[in-house]
Every structure is written in C-alpha cells, then in structure tokens.
Design a protein around this ligand. Structure first.
Ligand SMILES: [Zn+2]
Length: 268
C-alpha cells in the first residue's frame, strides 16, 4: 500500500458523482470475526455440507445441527465491534461521498458504525435477525440465542410452533431477490465501485464489480490478497481495509478543509 495509491483512491472518491463500496469478510476479520473460508476457519471444524438450506428446511436433525453450530458462532458476531474500516465507510456517507455499501457480511457492523439502513444492502442477510417461516413473525437473534441457552435444541416459533430461520443466506440457498436486484441496480448506476476486503470468489456476489465495470464505472480493489478481478481494476491497493480507508477519509477531510467548504459533485 503506497501513499500514491491511497491519494489516488481519495481523489476518485472526491470526484465521483456516485461512489459505491462493496465489502467482504476482510472488513470483518479486523473486528475479530474469522473469515469462515480461511484456513483454521469455522468450516474446518464443521462440515458445510451438513449446514445447507436443504438440510435445514428438510429435517429436524438438520436444524438441530445448524443451531448447535450457530450457538457457538453467534456470540463471536454479537461481541464484535465496528473497526476503523466500518467507521471510515460511515464517515464517507456523512461526507456525502457514498451512495451505498453493498456487503457480503452478515454481522450488522456497518449499521452499528452508523450507516443508515437504506445505505446498506446485505446480499447474504443479517445474523442479528430471525423469523418464523410459517407465520412470518420476526425475532431477534438474541431472543433465539436465549432459547438455545435455556435448552431448546431446535427453536420453534412461540406463536405457531413453526420453523425459526436465521435471516442469513445458508449454503445452497438463493440470495434474497430484492437485495440482489437493488445491489445490481446501484452497481450499474455508480461511477466509482470500490471493493474493500473481499477476495471476490463467492458468486453471485462477486459479479457486482463486473456489473459496475461493464456499465462504465471506475473499479478499485482494496484487499490484502490478490483477487481474480485485479486485472480488470483501474486501481488495486494491497492493504488492510481499516488502514487504507481510514487514510482515504483523512485525506478527503483535509481536502474539504482546504477548500473551506465541501463542494463535491454530489450524488444524493
Ligand atoms: Zn410462527
């Protein structure tokens, strides 16, 4: 990560009419949430084949196994705090330098850093919420976790005894249609698309930067590791999301202060 490339990214944010960011696991790992796909990650201890949507919907045993894993994973998510990257992205929004954040993360940390709900598009759902598949009653994951802690091995809806499902996309489950369509629309409408902390290997989410690029947007990628789409990007920065985005926001702030007023070519 060089000072020059950080300056270039800040300049892209300063001049874009409609900047969009796309975040992945790399943003959450800096909050202590393990990347489920990394070596030593959760999926090495559990078999993802057991935790599919089909198993969850199809059998009580499948749901029991899911909640057994969830009971140990959820407290890690619940205990995490937004980090420098989440705060920088929320600050971009407050500065009028962000149309929206499309995220693959399910941990609610963008909202907890202060991004309003209509500026966060969650492609893989949100682990802090759950609902009944039969009567559609909504529950917080905290409530469901409490039922698990008190001995329920397969939580049921207190109203109708229906199946309680977390508001996350399970393996083998389609992405939520409304969120996916909205993300595609915003990706195609933006003029700057910045990938932050995603290896761009999980589809169909990883198509989003391609939608943006095909529609003419400038593409920047901030990630510790190479991604399969680096050769399509106008700018690639190898670095930690929090370090890079913190510096970008600091430079934008200095730019605005230097001008005496904020005169972005604004979007909203
Ligand atoms: Zn119900």
């Amino acid at each position: 990560m060089s000072a020059g490339s950080i300056g270039r990214l800040a300049s892209l944010f300063a001049h874009a009419r409609r900047p969009v960011v796309f975040t992945g696991a790399g943003v959450s790992t800096e909050s202590g949430i393990p990347d489920f796909r990394s070596p030593g990650g959760v999926w090495e201890r559990y078999d993802p084949a057991e935790l599919t949507y089909q198993n969850f919907i199809g059998s009580v045993a499948g749901r029991r196994r899911y909640w057994q894993v969830g009971r140990s994973v959820y407290p890690v998510i619940r205990g995490a705090e937004p980090n420098a990257a989440h705060h920088a992205i929320a600050e971009l929004y407050r500065m009028g330098r962000l149309d929206c954040c499309i995220t693959q993360n399910i941990d609610d940390l963008h909202a907890r850093a202060g991004l309003p709900a209509d500026a966060v598009i969650e492609l893989h759902g949100n682990a802090t919420r759950a609902r009944c598949l039969d009567c559609a009653a909504a529950y917080t994951r905290d409530e469901v976790h409490d039922w698990l802690e008190r001995g329920a091995d397969v939580p049921q809806c207190p109203r109708c005894s229906g199946i309680i499902k977390p508001h996350t996309v399970l393996f083998g489950e389609a992405m939520p249609r409304a969120a996916t369509e909205e993300a595609e629309r915003r990706a195609r409408a933006c003029d700057l698309f910045v990938v932050i902390g995603s290896s761009l290997v999980v589809y169909p989410a990883a198509y989003m930067p391609l939608h943006a690029r095909d529609a003419g947007a400038t593409l920047a990628i901030v990630n510790l590791e190479p991604t399969p789409h680096d050769h399509r990007a106008d700018l690639v920065i190898r670095g930690r999301a929090g370090d890079v985005m913190g510096e970008v926001v600091a430079r934008l702030g200095a730019l605005a202060a230097g001008k005496g007023q904020v005169t972005w070519s604004t979007t909203r």
